[in-house]
Write a protein that binds this ligand. Structure first.
Ligand code: SME
Length: 167
């Protein structure tokens, strides 16, 4: 797998996801290290869409702990149910926040972040949240059902490659 993305010259998100996802899947398929895989997935999503912040938080004990990301510095630990990330963890589902200022308990890592999507990924049993993918945009209301659907699809396909393998 070449370590370079081939992306269509368009702003249509669906078209970009359709081109991008197979490339990200191929990239992680050949690598067993979860940190390397989270790093490249974050970089790929940021390169493809130009999001303000893209990164991972991993469940470590009773907290989410910052993992590989692209963008400005971020808070390192988030409790269960706290902020958008902690809520996606406790509810075990994607949360889309069109306007971060109206989300109760939103954790503002940067005042430039205006909208956000957080997508959990699961352990091998499919029961426990293993971590979350967090994407922040500097534009309000930047995430649609297309983003939710495609990012959930990506997580389902690669979540086993975002965790330590015990094989
Ligand atoms: N806004 C997030 C915190 C993480 S930063 O956006 C990178 C939240 O409320 O969970």
């Amino acid at each position: 797998m070449a370590e370079r993305l081939t992306l269509p010259q368009t702003r249509d998100r669906q078209t970009i996801y359709t081109a991008l996802l197979p490339q990200l899947e191929a990239l992680v398929a050949g690598e067993s290290d979860p940190v390397a895989n989270m790093a490249n997935v974050a970089a790929g999503l940021r390169e493809a869409f130009g999001f303000f912040w893209v990164g991972f938080y991993r469940v470590v004990g009773r907290e989410l702990v910052l993992g590989p990301f692209q963008g400005p510095l971020a808070c390192t630990r988030i409790g269960l149910g706290r902020g958008v990330c902690g809520r996606a963890w406790s509810e075990r589902q994607t949360i889309v926040v069109p306007n971060v200022e109206t989300f109760p308990g939103h954790i503002a890592c940067s005042s430039e972040s205006k909208s956000e999507i957080v997508v959990p990924f699961f352990d091998r049993t499919g029961e426990q949240v293993a971590g979350v993918l967090d994407i922040d945009s500097d534009r309000p209301d930047d995430f649609s059902e297309t983003d939710r659907h495609e990012l959930e699809r990506l997580m389902r396909r690669i979540e086993s490659k975002l965790q330590e393998s015990n094989e």
